[in-house]
Design a protein. Structure first.
Length: 363
């Protein structure tokens, strides 16, 4: 088998002359770099994480998301023995990231190190799991936008749990509730020192503003994957027209509430409040307690968007035609609907990295 030329269009059965294809063309950077992330992750010839192991993990993650066609796609390349001493802890890590990333601790990373995984291999593994979490959501969401049949899971679309310990592993003060305050983040694995990057690699990190960030210098242990991920992010969030930027940031905040990612929510709730000029609505969202509906107390327009974003963010996703009808009724056109989907789905990727490779702290 060979890699698909456009895996998402293939899985979602998107006709080239359709309105959805036109919307994806407008969002060309997001479309191109989501595909580029797939091609990079599954094209690298890397001894730290061989391809047969990558396909095995990808197939398992897609299956856990009940994305059967995507799982079959990855399994079709030939997969490594899932019971091998290296792959067994990797698949346990995949299950943790898929269902309960907020429960991650350094012990999961230590198990991988004991099984012979390098730091680069672990970072690539986390990226792959988080990427397929993003990709599987795009498959179901794009199929829905395209009028195709989808599987609707019965997962409750409610706020998730979050960390409430007042201290980080290293003893720093930890945030214990969702906030718009600026937070810091520290890795549980050693970020790559800036001096160890080549001049060209340093220039790329500087171009994206990543040089001083321990988070991005950790992810840069596999810089080609990080580059594609960063360009996907920019293609989703930093583009004109379609869904207003405030509401893309709203979708990111909703996903972060589902997954219990206090750090991600702090960044994107702050942006959403600034851009929407509505601190009260964002504070209402941040204050929702575990097990409660995230859209309570919001305007009808934001209720529809929050419910849509929450349904695509739970695992497995429970997005349905009712969610689509609600955002259509609120006036979202095909491009805005695509923006909403991609903004929420991207944070399935972002939250999982933030929650499982380190933790936030505050002054």
């Amino acid at each position: 088998m060979t890699l698909s030329q456009d895996i998402l269009a293939e899985m979602a059965e998107i006709a080239p002359d359709s309105a959805l294809a036109a919307a994806r063309a407008v969002r060309e950077a997001a479309t191109r770099h989501a595909q580029g992330s797939y091609e990079t992750l599954f094209g690298q010839q890397d001894n730290d994480f061989p391809l047969d192991e990558r396909f095995a993990v990808a197939a398992r993650v897609a299956k856990l998301h009940e994305s059967d066609a995507l799982a079959a796609h990855y399994a079709g390349f030939g997969i490594a023995d899932p019971t091998s001493p290296r792959l067994a802890p990797a698949l346990a890590f995949a299950r943790l990231l898929t269902f309960t990333p907020v429960e991650a601790t350094p012990s999961a990373l230590e198990a991988l190190i004991r099984a012979g995984w390098s730091l680069r291999g672990i970072v690539t593994l986390a990226q792959l799991i988080a990427f397929v979490s993003f990709q599987s959501r795009l498959v179901v969401g794009l199929r829905l936008l395209n009028g195709k049949n989808i599987h609707v899971a019965q997962t409750p679309t409610v706020a998730g749990f979050w960390h409430t310990s007042p201290q980080t592993i290293s003893g720093k003060k930890a945030p214990v509730h969702f906030t718009r305050d600026e937070l810091h983040w520290e890795p549980w694995l050693t970020a790559k020192p800036l001096a160890e990057f080549t001049p060209d690699e340093q220039a790329l990190l500087a171009k994206f503003g990543h040089s001083d960030s321990p988070y991005f210098r950790l992810l840069a242990r596999n810089l080609p994957v990080l580059e594609q991920r960063t360009l996907t992010d920019k293609g989703i969030f930093y583009t004109p027209g379609g869904l207003p930027r405030a509401e893309r940031e709203l979708a990111a905040t909703v996903a972060s509430k589902i997954n219990g990612c206090i750090y991600c929510a702090s960044v994107h709730a702050r942006k959403a409040a600034q851009l929407a000029k509505d601190e009260t609505a964002i504070e209402t969202l941040l204050a929702v307690t575990p097990g409660e509906q995230l859209s309570d107390g919001q305007t009808p327009g934001w209720q529809a968007q929050i419910d849509f974003a929450a349904a695509i963010s739970v695992t497995p996703p429970s997005l349905s035609v009712d969610h689509l009808a609600a955002v259509e009724q609120q006036g979202l056109d095909p491009l805005a609907r695509l923006d909403l989907l991609q903004s929420a789905a991207f944070f399935a990727w972002a939250n999982r990295l933030m929650l499982t490779l380190g933790e936030p702290w505050q002054e």
